[in-house]
Design a protein around this ligand. Structure first.
Ligand SMILES: Nc1ncnc2c1ncn2[C@@H]1O[C@H](COP(=O)(O)OP(=O)(O)O)[C@@H](O)[C@H]1O
Ligand SMILES: [Mg+2]
Length: 294
């Protein structure tokens, strides 16, 4: 099957004031139609830069980008528009995705109108999509500052969906939310993926949130893809150092201290062998997301 989006060895180096930062190095990935794929990594590992390369908000220094099998690495005009129509993004900051001067209804209707809907039709589409995303249509009259972060983020998803994308790219979309609002958003994404065949690239530093939505994940470390594995394996037996650090970061505080204590006392420092490593996950906040979803 042709991948929906495929990247081959993308590279990006930022140069500023004589300093170079290799933000992305030879990153390759493929997302199948309707797949939910996770891209996880610590802060600064290059996830957002790779995301921007994938949607051509930023041009790569090297490598190839294919959208539905078409080379769009340097595409302009219609081919680039096809990519931009097919992919929508939601970001970390809920309010940041909306213009504060407009009500959510105005912002959503504007997106529908850009897709060719007339005024009344656009308003109806905005209301229907808000409901589809589990929100009351009362929110249409409110400004972004007048709704909660979780509601705002679901409204951002609703707006993205009004463009009828094939791929939704979520860059740390749950990171600013509390655990319940994050679970609601993940549940919504999961529903859209299963019921509407929407592909999702879920970018996060949080392995548990990623595992609640995605079967397969890529781990990014210093600009490179360090590991690709089923999310279950990334949680249970991460191979790369980067994935192990992310998995260890999920331990509840008490167990983390216990593990560190064992390490400094000269006991086996390998997380894969450490019994509290496996046990810790069962109680952690994010595994709640997993059980909550199933
Ligand atoms: N516009 C930019 N100019 C210079 N350096 C940048 C720019 N954007 C990102 N970087 C650097 O690239 C690296 C990767 O950043 P980023 O892609 O934002 O990582 P992540 O999303 O994983 O936190 C970091 O070292 C960051 O400082
Ligand atoms: Mg980022």
């Amino acid at each position: 099957m042709t991948a929906l989006l495929e990247a081959r060895q993308l590279r990006k180096t930022f140069r500023r004031w004589g300093v170079s930062v290799r933000a992305v190095e030879d990153a390759s990935l493929a997302i199948a139609p309707g797949e939910a794929l996770a891209l996880v990594g610590a802060s600064g590992s290059g996830k957002s830069t790779l995301a921007r390369l994938l949607v051509r908000l930023l041009d790569a220094d090297g490598g190839t980008l294919l959208w539905e099998g078409q080379d769009v690495t340097h595409a302009r005009g219609a081919a680039r528009r096809a990519l931009w129509r097919g992919v929508q993004m939601i970001f970390q900051s809920p309010e940041g995705s909306f213009d504060p001067q407009y009500t959510l209804g105005e912002s959503l209707a504007e997106t529908a109108r850009l897709r060719g809907a007339g005024r009344k039709e656009a308003e109806e589409a905005a209301a229907a999509m808000l409901r589809r995303c589990g929100l009351s249509t009362d929110l249409l009259r409110r400004y972004p500052r007048e709704v909660s972060g979780g509601q705002c983020q679901r409204a951002a998803a609703a707006r993205a969906l009004l463009s009828r994308p094939k791929l939704l790219l979520c860059d740390e979309a749950t990171s600013a939310l509390d655990v319940t609002a994050a679970a609601d958003l993940i549940d919504l994404l999961s529903r859209l993926q299963e019921e509407e065949g929407l592909a999702v690239l879920f970018i996060s530093h949080d392995l548990g949130a990623a595992a609640a939505l995605c079967r397969r994940g890529l781990v990014m470390d210093r600009g490179r893809i360090a590991e690709e594995a089923p999310m279950k394996e990334l949680l249970r037996s991460p191979r790369s150092e980067a994935a192990r650090r992310l998995a260890a970061a999920r331990l509840p505080a008490g167990q983390k201290e216990a593990k560190e204590g064992r390490r400094s006392s000269g006991a086996d420092g390998d997380e894969r062998e450490c019994p509290s490593f496996g046990g810790g996950r069962a109680q952690s906040g994010v595994s709640f997301l997993q059980s909550w979803r199933r």
